[in-house]
Design a protein around this ligand. Sequence first.
Ligand SMILES: [Zn+2]
Length: 289
Amino acid sequence: MTRRQPGPAQQASQDSDHSVHACARTRLERDLTQPEIQQQPFFWASLLQRSSPTSKLRSRIIPAGHGFAFVPAPQTNFRVVDLHGQQVVDLMAWCLASNLQTAHPSKITAATTTTDAEHFSASYTRYNLGGSAPPIAGECLYTNHDRAMIKVVADKVKCHDMLFMACNPSFYAKKGLIGQRSCAANIAEALNEAGILLRFEGDKATQTDDGDLQVATRPFNWWDVHDPFNVFQNTPYYSLKALECSRKGDWIEFQALLRCVVALSSCPYDQDGFNGGEITDVGIVWEEE
Ligand SMILES: [Zn+2]
């Protein structure tokens, strides 16, 4: 597969989050004006205003064909930026366990990095939008429990997909592409790297001898992920053609309405001109508690 090689700027910034404790906008702008970032002036479009004096603004460049997961502060915005154009970004989200009670509050950490049984649902979102999907600014992505989860705040592209599955290892194996990276595996990998565990016995919790409530958890496999919101994907009526969509520097901004983990994947599918025939990096800026 062809793949745009990351330049020095991207390599330097891939592993560096930009944490901002005070004077958020100024600090983030200084980070983005470092020489290696200046090579991508369109990344300025990713600037967000911090909504709380105690939160941190963070940004990340997701390498081409890879994934990333983050936990936005509830009620804050996050922005997905197409840094080079025509790059699809698969988005998935799970609510995090928040209803677990424990006799030992210091032990709550593990529970709070566990997914709840509730997650983004493409079919529920299509249902709630009455057939007008994908959502436009002011409309929401819904969960499988029929709750508004993530709102679209602003959108430079207005062209996205909620019909296709995430590409996955079986999909590529059928095409003879063994070992190809995939969105499903990228997102499972990103969730695991973020320390998010999959809760796999629904809402059931058991009480330990010392009074803690525990749920059964394990790391994610690629087959555990749900159907995605395919950001910047232009595939009307299931057509899988090389249709242009987002351009360099385009972005969509969301607001997290619930406490959740959001996982993204720069889609590695480059066949038949999809993703512009060349997989590229994407940018993400979010606000963290
Ligand atoms: Zn994909």
